[in-house]
Ligand binder design. Structure first.
Ligand code: ATP
Ligand code: MG
Length: 331
């Protein structure tokens, strides 16, 4: 069975709508077809949140609840905690010997993070190397991610090819799988919704919070009166309606798009409809989360056992890596 590896940073105790359409949805869809490893990437969280390690425990639990609430099945999926899979950082060092510094300096995510105020640390540059190790250590074939992570998966591909050419075929060449909405915009109209960007609708938001966030959402700034023709293309309200509406919402959404572009419906009416659509979508997710919230020991056990399995996998890959590289002097 081919493998999936993907993960998330515990920078919040909940996922948002962007995480869902960018990556989680594909993971749920593919969990029967692929042996799936899901990584809670606490080491990656340190690149921007090293001053907030006190929140890690709460956030790790929150993400675990998030996975289970969207329908990832713990009988099929291996959930694991990055910092406990010690082989990963060792492999990352090995991969760094095959990495040109200029490639890391050119990575698009770096400039973005620095612009957002991240500290200019070595770990921030090293991010793609560690992520390549995350992907390669369980020898994954497919990596379901949002578009912001695509360049990192491509980096992992390149480095896997380089390694295999130099030392022999150890790694499958991983491929990115981008979600149905490659980058969901934020409620503020910014290009990307982010856990740490203060522009997210979280899967844990209450119906009232969802409604409040939606009513305050960015729409078409050029539209002042309800009779002004509005822009549908690129408007987050309509992007969310397309992404989260059910089959039976399609007709009404098309109708609203037409009325909006002609200036025949107000923002408030469309937003009220969107809040309803989102709350319908979130209904079963909230229900499932509430069930797992009652079983914290079970949730911890799922992560602990998964981490143990991932650690064993990592050790066995590392052994092959060292053998291929002639770093197995004592064997
Ligand atoms: P942070 O702001 O702390 O980096 P994040 O929201 O970017 O948080 P990550 O944990 O970095 O979340 O990413 C988890 C997964 O969700 C990745 O596959 C990423 O590509 C995807 N993702 C994140 N934001 C979006 C978005 N707005 N649209 C689509 N996919 C997204
Ligand atoms: Mg991110």
């Amino acid at each position: 069975m081919k493998r999936i590896l993907t993960g998330d940073r515990p920078t919040s105790d909940s996922f948002h709508l962007g995480n869902y359409v960018g990556s989680l949805k594909n993971r749920v869809k593919l969990q029967d077809e692929y042996e799936t490893f899901i990584l809670v990437a606490d080491l990656h969280a340190l690149t921007t949140h090293f001053e907030k390690t006190a929140d890690l425990e709460k956030n790790i639990r929150g993400l675990m609840l998030g996975y289970l609430s969207v329908g990832l099945d713990p009988r099929k999926v291996t959930f694991c905690l990055q910092s406990q899979i010690t082989g990963t950082t060792e492999l990352a060092y090995i991969l760094s010997t095959l990495t040109q510094r200029a490639v890391l300096e050119r990575q698009p995510a770096l400039k973005e993070k620095l612009d957002q105020g991240a500290q200019d640390t070595l770990a921030l540059y090293y991010y793609p190397v560690l992520m390549a190790a995350d992907i390669l250590i369980p020898r994954a074939h497919l990596v379901p991610v949002g578009k912001d992570q695509k360049a990192h998966v491509e980096f992992a591909r390149d480095i896997a090819m380089k390694f295999n050419n130099l030392y022999g075929e150890v790694f499958p060449i991983p491929e990115p799988l981008i979600g149905e909405v490659p980058t969901l915009p934020g409620t503020d109209g910014q290009a990307k919704m982010g856990k740490s960007l203060n522009n997210a609708i979280f899967l844990t938001d209450s119906p009232q919070e969802v409604e409040k966030k939606v009513m305050g959402m960015y729409t078409d700034p050029k539209r002042i009166h309800q009779t002004d023709p509005g822009t549908v293309e690129g408007n987050p309200v309509f992007i969310y309606l397309d992404a989260f509406g059910s089959e039976s919402d399609k007709l009404q959404t098309t109708n609203y798009k037409l009325l909006y572009s002609k200036g025949q419906v107000g923002d408030i009416e469309v937003k009220k409809y969107l809040a309803k659509v989102l709350n319908n979508f979130l209904y079963s997710i909230r229900k499932k989360r509430a069930e797992y919230e009652k079983q914290p020991d079970l949730v911890d056990k799922i992560l602990k056992e998964g981490t143990e399995k991932a650690r064993q996998e990592a050790q066995s890959t590392l052994q092959e890596v060292k053998k291929a590289m002639k770093l197995d002097y004592f064997e």
